[in-house]
Write a new protein. Structure first.
Length: 150
């Protein structure tokens, strides 16, 4: 398993635990929960689920070539850092915006969060696009690689 995959899976687990803890806080203190509603959902969906999908797909999808294998590991690290960094900015910006009544720094943090996450997803798509195909053995034999092709 590639190192970047290991780190992203572990980071995803941390996000899942943090998100569930935020959900408990939201349930116990509803006045705080109003500001944390979107944050805990993003922790589960982006931090855990999306990151787990990105990491395992990077590891398991067919390789590009014998030389390049999975493509640029540096760009995959950039995708992981962008996804996690964007999510952390959101975890700070969302409650800050709700508690402050809006504006300034909090809005900038949320914009930076969105940009980081969108760029991260774009990088991942570019890395994975050439790997979404039938395995080489199925291509050589004329099959579809799906166990029958129907």
């Amino acid at each position: 398993m590639p190192t970047v995959t290991q780190w992203m899976i572990k980071a995803g687990m941390v996000h899942l635990v943090l998100a569930l803890m935020l959900r408990v806080v939201s349930a116990v203190w509803p006045e705080v929960g109003a500001a944390l509603g979107a944050v805990w959902w993003h922790g589960v969906v982006v931090g855990w689920l999306t990151q787990l999908i990105f990491a395992v797909a990077w590891w398991m999808f067919p390789t590009v070539s014998r030389e390049a294998r999975r493509g640029s590991e540096g760009w995959m690290w950039a995708s992981g850092v962008g996804l996690n960094g964007g999510l952390l900015l959101r975890m700070v910006g969302e409650p800050g915006l709700a508690w402050s009544g809006g504006g300034g720094l909090w809005t900038a943090l949320l914009w930076a969060s969105a940009v980081a996450q969108v760029v991260s997803v774009g990088i991942w798509i570019v890395l994975m696009w050439p790997r979404v195909r039938a395995p080489r053995s199925a291509v050589r034999s004329g099959g579809t690689g799906s166990g029958g092709g129907r």
